[in-house]
Design a protein around this ligand. Sequence first.
Ligand code: SF4
Length: 417
Amino acid sequence: MDLLTALVDKGLRREPPTRDEALAVLATSDDDLLDVVAAAGRVRRKWFGRRVKLNYLVNLKSGLCPEDCSYCSQRLGSQAGVLTYTWLKPEDAARTAAAGVAGGAKRVCLVASGRGPTDRDVERVSRTIAAIKEDNEDVEVCACLGLLSDGQAERLRAAGADAYNHNLNTSENTYADITTTHTYGDRVDTVERARSAGLSPCSGLIAGMGESDADLVDVVFALRALDPDSVPVNFLIPFEGTPLADEWNLTPQRCLRILAMVRFVCPDVEVRLAGGREVHLRTLQPLALNLANSIFLGDYLTSEGQAGQADLDMIADAGFEVEGADTATLPAHRADLAAARGCGGHDGAPAGVCGQDADGCGGGCGQGHPQAEPTGEAGGAEPAQGAAVAPGTVPGARRDLVAVRRRGAGTDLPPNA
Ligand code: SF4
């Protein structure tokens, strides 16, 4: 297939596809799906081998957010019934983080709900970072606290944070449809603040909110322009009790096409398979490891993932290996760039990411509306540019797989790791 040959060649040279090529990936047929995965897999292996980085989420503060992000189970007025609690004590957060590290995670992602932290919150998170690093000095810590104000990124960096996550979530054109209490521009500003402070920038998206193919391509190209070290790809978990509860627009095949498109656009960046993988990819999760080089271990912020051991078994069974703490995540050319801007991280190349996933977030994430399933053939196909969006439930949607997290942080039960 000419399209895929061209995209592999570009990916191996770290060149982006054209916008039409990215759209054509989303428009490939199910008959071509394995060819698409194999092609993007070649790009993934070129830059990341068969390594899978494990990350562990710790929800420091859950629910009761004043923001109105439509996708979020922690939003103002959410009836999703998620755990609600205020800031974890540093020692409790460190204990939860340690479980993730013991399970193989090399990065801990500290997330808090809310528009953004107060300076007192930053102090509190700084003490939490110290408590985590006291027990596990090599672990990477990513903070995800929402919109940052002057000086806060610098204080987090000084406290030992290696990375900062803040997702763009969806295209600039549709951002106001999913959130009204902050703007797309606010989000871009926070990612830039983090980068300027020497934090490894992590920023990603949420698919399945009803966006068109054009929206998806827009946000992924916008992310490439922001040049984060890592890009989490979330698939909307349509929680009952949130405005997007009926947006079941993703099939496993669609998820794989989206991941392949992200890999082609961001060939040498850490692409993280994030929230929603168990619900939407289901038994095709192992195929996604050919596209993403990073996943979250265990549970998410407000929803349960599969058992941590099942994650490890999946990686081994699919022929991949867990990335060790002594191995740099990013290719050398990107690690050099990160070091030049003063980013931390035990490997000198911290790939950013954390929280703000499709099941909730800390301080300003995003998610949107329903999705039109693309049709057509790769290569000679008409790209589904600006495809019309219509709400609906795809065949095979598994509402029964959405489970509110009831263990780990904020409970008396051990975390899933
Ligand atoms: S995504 Fe973040 S900012 Fe938005 S409602 Fe949820 S917790 Fe609040």
